[in-house]
Design a protein around this ligand. Structure first.
Ligand SMILES: *Cc1c(COP(=O)(O)O)cnc(C)c1O
Length: 345
């Protein structure tokens, strides 16, 4: 079951609310994600607990275990850059500790785990259809769930709490408070047309990804992100590791100088990685925050994430585009190999 909504950020907010997560509850999220993850948690008065990633570039199950407290209500892996968290491991932690698993699959539409689409495996899943995502409708998102009551909650909550019973909208009642996170029919229509092309997009991405990956595989110092067993990427990014932070910085610079665009070294990036989220660490808001949040986020003033730094510092993730010709991809791959080899020698 799914609810189409106004954005991916709305989808995450609705998923959390539908599962009853709110004031003072702790939600485990990764240090490498998009700012939307903590925005959604904070909006409900809950506390984002940032936890280390591993070589999957997503939540490290061992670090998750250590972060669980009596206040923890949910674990929210974010399937960054077209691949996924170890969902079996996270699901088993959720079972043991009676926690809710919410997948943010905004960046991995089209990827699968053990034959199932990402976003359909946890208690709830979230997709984004914004203008940079794998399929897009301009702005939009979706909440996925197999749980009838979460589905109903999401349906009502995203439309002012209206119960959607009968044919007279004006006569609908409100079992609980909600907001307006509706998608428009115009946007939804574009989304449906894009959805029909998802398999085609993934197969083009796979072809382009494979050409570049095979070229980079000739360099012994380059290793690739781990995809959990049973997982298949959406091939929307190729993510690889270099030997250390310095080399990664130099390669990233060399890529830029040589016109290899759309490659990200997230270590110094303020959209996606904890190091540069100063506004979160300083709790800069337009309005007063609840005492629970102020207190609950104190840990961010001092906490270091050396394990996350170890992976993100050495990682470069390159977008795989649909519009490239085969010649362009091959030329790009050749240039990337040359840049990396020059920085390694
Ligand atoms: C894009 C994105 C979102 C939010 O999506 P919007 O539709 O832009 O609100 C949430 N999480 C992740 C990981 C994203 O990449």
């Amino acid at each position: 079951m799914h609810n189409l909504v106004s954005s991916g950020t709305a989808a995450v907010t609705i998923a959390l609310a539908s599962a009853g997560i709110g004031a003072g509850d702790e939600v485990i999220i990764p240090t490498f994600t998009f700012v939307a993850s903590f925005e959604a948690v904070l909006m409900l008065g809950a506390i984002p607990i940032l936890v280390d990633i591993d070589d999957t570039l997503t939540l490290d199950p061992e670090a998750v275990k250590k972060a669980i407290t009596p206040k923890t209500k949910a674990i929210m892996p974010v399937h960054m850059c077209g691949s996924m968290a170890n969902l079996d491991a996270l699901q088993s932690i959720c079972k043991t500790h009676n926690l809710i698993l919410i997948e943010d699959s905004s960046q991995a539409t089209g990827a699968t785990y053990k034959g199932k689409p990402l976003g359909s495996i946890g208690d709830l899943g979230c997709l984004s259809l914004d203008y940079v995502k794998i399929i897009t409708c301009g702005e939009g998102g979706a909440v996925l769930t197999n749980n009838e009551s979460y589905y109903k909650n999401a349906d009502h909550f995203s439309d002012h709490g209206h119960d959607h019973v009968g044919n007279d909208r004006g006569a609908e009642t409100h079992p609980f408070l909600g907001y307006n996170f509706r998608i428009s029919e115009l946007h939804a229509a574009v989304g449906l047309a894009q959805l029909r092309r998802l398999d085609e997009f993934v197969s083009i991405q796979k072809k382009n990804y494979t050409i570049i990956r095979e070229a980079l595989s000739t360099i012994p110092e380059v290793t690739f992100r781990t995809v959990p067993e049973g997982g298949e990427e959406s091939y929307s990014f190729l993510s690889f590791f270099l030997p250390d932070l310095e080399i990664a910085r130099k390669v990233s610079e060399a890529f830029r100088e040589n016109g290899i665009d759309a490659c990200f070294h997230y270590y110094d990036n303020n959209w996606h990685y904890i190091r540069e989220w100063q506004h979160l660490k300083d709790l800069k808001t337009l309005y007063p925050l609840s005492a629970e949040i102020e207190e609950g986020l104190q840990y961010l003033k001092t906490k270091q994430f050396p394990q996350s730094d170890h992976y993100i510092g050495r990682n470069i993730s390159c977008l795989i585009k649909l519009s490239w010709t085969e010649d362009e991809v091959k030329e790009r791959a050749r240039k990337m190999v040359r840049c990396i080899n020059e920085e390694l020698s």
